[in-house]
Ligand binder design. Structure first.
Ligand SMILES: O=C(O)CCC(=O)C(=O)O
Ligand SMILES: [Fe+2]
Length: 340
């Protein structure tokens, strides 16, 4: 049914045709759901092809993202990211350090010594009381708001369908997760990794430090540059190269917790691109890597959902529940508070 995007050092990441789940025969639908769940249970990552996200919308998202990041710092700083509970707005290069560390002090010293080489802009649900989005001035970026709002909505629909696939794969009723994810308490994050001189990578700098994502699932749209790496079972990092027409989907920590650790939230990072273009630099030597853009859509259970082990993920041979229940919103604010 599908092919394989990555197969190296014990890490296998499949490419799954999502139209088999959305509009295939009952058998094709079940088989796609099982493959999707299996990917979440093993590598924690998969690539989905044939999703309902229109390619023209995605290219408008990338062009509007580039238009925003090309504005001067004074413009972007008007829309600054403020607090973990709002989690909206612009973060200048060096502001956020994604990491596995959970203490703010440790993160602060790491941020000072090895800042992530990126800037980002975050957009949340547009109707969340008390937390307005920081929409950039429409006189400068006339299409930005409408394009991002439409993309947010489309990604939320895809999120609901992927959760349905997980439910079917687990043998639960298809709509099991619907009431947990219907509010769309998700975050759309535009990312810009500016051009990097080769020497900085050689000095150990990274575009995004190793981390796992916090929420339920992440939908990741990357440009053609590459640089995303996923940790293999033996600990080394393996390139997860862009595959045209696909969305990378990975499980986050809250889904792993929800699934009583039956799903993997796998560590990943963004580093120097794997195959540098030959035409740049002197005598074929690369001196500077070009900019990279990506768009991550972080899906979360509704902030007011109480998250405790999914039926079927504990008891008998699966063992006890490993975690206390927790409200999704509390969990996420705790995790975000350590990062900024
Ligand atoms: O830019 C990428 O490809 C990955 C970004 C990422 O992992 C994140 O923002 O959580
Ligand atoms: Fe990530």
């Amino acid at each position: 049914m599908g092919s394989t995007a990555v197969e190296q050092d014990g890490l296998v990441i499949p490419i799954i045709n999502f139209s088999s789940f959305l509009s295939g025969s009952p058998e094709a639908r079940l088989s796609a759901a099982k493959s999707i769940l299996q990917a979440f249970q093993t590598s924690g990552f998969l690539y989905l092809s044939h999703t309902p996200i229109p390619p023209s919308l995605l290219s408008s998202v990338f062009s509007n993202s580039a238009a925003l990041f090309s504005q001067p710092p004074e413009f972007k700083n008007q829309y600054r990211w403020t607090t973990p509970s709002a989690n909206r707005g612009y973060s200048a290069p060096g502001r956020e350090k994604v990491t596995q560390l959970t203490s703010s002090d440790d993160v602060s010293s790491l941020r000072a010594s090895a800042p992530d080489l990126k800037e980002s802009f975050e957009i949340g649900r547009d109707d969340e009381a008390g937390h307005p989005n920081h929409w950039p001035d429409g006189a400068k970026l006339p299409d930005f708001r409408a394009v991002m709002a439409e993309f947010f909505r489309r990604c939320h629909e895809l999120n609901v369908e992927v959760m349905r696939a997980i439910a079917v794969g687990m043998g639960l009723e298809e709509g099991f997760f619907d009431t947990f994810v219907n509010k769309g308490d998700n975050t759309l994050r535009l990312l810009h990794y500016p051009p990097v001189e080769k020497g900085r990578f050689e000095g150990g700098a990274v575009r995004a430090g190793e981390h796992s994502d916090y929420g339920s699932i992440t939908l990741l749209f990357q440009d053609e540059r590459g640089g995303l790496q996923v940790q293999a079972p033996e600990g080394g990092f393996v390139d997860a190269r862009p595959v045209e027409g696909t969305v990378v989907v990975n499980a986050g920590d809250l889904l792993a917790r929800w699934a009583n650790e039956g799903v993997k939230s796998t560590v990943h990072r963004v580093v120097e691109p794997p195959a540098p273009p030959k035409e740049e630099g002197v005598g074929g030597e690369v001196r500077e890597y070009p900019a990279r853009y990506s768009v991550a859509y972080f899906c979360n259970p509704n902030f007011d959902s109480f998250i405790e082990a999914i039926p079927g993920t504990y008891g008998a041979e699966k063992g006890e529940k490993r975690y206390e229940g927790i409200y999704s919103g509390d969990y996420l604010v705790q995790r975000l508070s350590a990062t900024y």
